[in-house]
Design a protein around this ligand. Structure first.
Ligand SMILES: [Zn+2]
Length: 284
């Protein structure tokens, strides 16, 4: 057994975030700096504020008297449409919960294709319910038109969801965790405490209600946003500060090369579309 080495780990418990950042600034020993980051990340990953997605329903119930009609039956089929949403806020106000919430939200928004809350999608899946209430209040529908209308709405909603899912990055939660830890190290490195801002007039925040810790929390959250935005460009192989857009086929980010001659697809998809066209040309 080794009694000789007493390993002194950084004691992070009961500290304010700005104190941790201060400690990081003050130490000049790399090993100690690494310890602080390690303990900080441990704290974040052990937070009870886990990322969670859950099913939500858009429901309505067809009145009993209408249930026996053919139209009523059609509406009844679509009286419970579910979609996946996520918990985007926390009631807790400690820095660990707040930063973990930010980390969770960024992952959901950039990497989780199951979650789609875009207006374009939500507007579509809410339509059967709205149509039911219009019908109930007097608007007329015939069975064939209604069936095909709803079929189209459902098909559109699936396409829209797929389109947005493709725009998300394919990164696992564990890979994401590994990706962002170094960002926190860099942010710790670059942190400027509130008290060091000699001229506080250019800060757009109200200093009186804004304590040192809120400042530090906001700094890390905003910073992580920025790092992930840059990573997203790296992921798609595009440089920063250049106009970009999404490929209509695969959803990848690509350069918006020429505004006067707009292109819809990335090079990869352009090639594939051309191949498919050629094949169908020869097979006809
Ligand atoms: Zn593409």
């Amino acid at each position: 057994m080794n009694y000789g080495m007493v390993k002194r780990m950084y004691d992070i418990s009961d500290k304010f975030l700005y104190e941790i950042l201060d400690d990081y600034k003050e130490t000049i020993i790399d090993k100690e700096k690494d310890d602080i980051i390690k303990e900080f990340m441990k704290l974040i990953w052990s937070s009870k504020n886990k990322r969670s997605t859950y099913k939500k329903d858009i429901r309505f119930s067809v009145s009993k008297s209408l249930l026996s009609t053919e139209i009523g039956q059609i509406f009844n089929t679509y009286s419970d449409v579910s979609y996946i949403t996520y918990r985007s806020m926390t009631k807790d106000t400690d820095f660990v919960s707040l930063i973990r919430q930010k980390i969770n939200n960024i992952y959901t928004n950039l990497c989780d294709g199951n979650v789609c809350l875009k207006k374009e999608y939500m507007d579509l899946i809410k339509q059967p319910k709205q149509m039911y209430y219009r019908w109930k209040s007097g608007e007329e529908y015939d069975v064939t038109t209604l069936t095909s209308q709803i079929d189209n709405i459902i098909a559109d909603s699936i396409n829209v969801k797929e389109k947005y899912a493709k725009q998300k990055m394919n990164i696992s939660w564990n890979a994401y965790k590994k990706l962002i830890a170094p960002y926190f190290k860099r942010m710790f490195e670059n942190f400027v405490p509130l008290e060091d801002f000699e001229d506080k007039s250019h800060l757009t925040i109200d200093i009186n209600t804004w304590n040192e810790d809120n400042f530090a929390i906001a700094y890390l959250c905003k910073g992580l946003d920025g790092y992930m935005r840059n990573y997203q460009k790296e992921y798609y192989g595009v440089k920063r500060n250049k106009p970009i857009k999404r490929c209509l086929c695969c959803g990848d980010i690509m350069y918006d090369k020429d505004k006067t001659k707009p292109h819809k697809y990335c090079d990869k998809c352009k090639k594939e579309i051309k191949n498919i066209k050629n094949k169908s040309y020869y097979s006809n």
